[in-house]
Design a protein around this ligand. Structure first.
Ligand SMILES: [Zn+2]
Length: 238
């Protein structure tokens, strides 16, 4: 039984290493996905800001056209003033010119506001563009990182798999299936070292009788608290 438990400890060690490299790879992939989402969100923000800016710029061009037309109209009205004989008509035309000037002033003010707004939006857009550039670089780096790492992980997993099958061949089938079952049910941790009568997996105390039996080592024993397969480890081995 001692050899069987020893083999399971080795198996657990390999399974731990395999899990670790897989988790690392998954973390890399998750990081990449989150960076790609960031990149997409930035692109969307830029496109929204650009569309808004283009809409106000269109309004600006319309206003500029209207201002030009209003100025031309005012010019013609002023020319007409000298040829008007009736006082009433003269006053009406003057008022029209005055109203026109006010309208032109209002429109010119709106154009100024639009120009300020466009300037600010352009600043926002170039800030977003900078950010997008940085994220795009990070995406590129992480993509390269993940692809080189996944090749590496695959190689490692193959090595783990071959050592695993060698060990599995030396373990009795029912012991192995017990190990695999606990592995699945207990967070990929089937083996629990016991040091000074404490289970190192769940940190609970092991009853003296089990602890004594464990040191003799001729029976497969389980932690009464976490159900893992126990093995005795002298504290100095750590
Ligand atoms: Zn335990």
């Amino acid at each position: 039984m001692k050899e069987q438990i020893q083999a399971l400890v080795q198996l657990q060690d390999i399974d731990n290493q395999a899990n670790k490299v897989q988790i690392e790879l998954e973390e890399g992939r998750a990081k990449l996905t989150s960076l790609e989402t960031d990149l997409q969100e930035l692109a969307e923000k830029i496109s929204i800001q650009t569309e808004e800016m283009q809409a106000v710029q269109k309004r600006q061009r319309e206003l500029e056209g209207e201002i030009e037309a209003a100025k031309a109209l005012a010019e013609r009205s002023r020319e007409r003033l000298s040829s008007i004989k009736s006082n009433r008509e003269y006053k009406a035309l003057l008022r029209e010119i005055d109203d026109g000037s006010k309208r032109i002033a209002d429109m010119e003010e709106e154009v100024m506001e639009i120009m300020t707004q466009v300037e600010e939006t352009q600043k926002v857009i170039s800030g977003l563009e900078e950010e997008k550039k940085a994220v795009a670089t990070a995406v590129e780096d992480e993509t390269a990182n993940v692809s080189s790492r996944s090749a590496d992980v695959e190689k490692k997993l193959k090595t783990f798999e071959s050592s695993r099958s060698k060990i599995c061949a030396s373990v009795e089938p029912q012991i192995l299936s017990r190990y695999n079952l606990i592995l699945r049910n207990r967070d990929s941790m089937a083996m629990a070292a016991v040091e000074d009568a404490v289970c190192k997996a769940c940190h609970m105390g092991i009853p003296p009788q089990i602890y004594n039996e464990l040191q003799v080592g001729d029976r497969m024993l389980f932690c009464p608290h976490c159900d893992r397969i126990l093995y005795w480890r002298k504290p100095e081995e750590e």
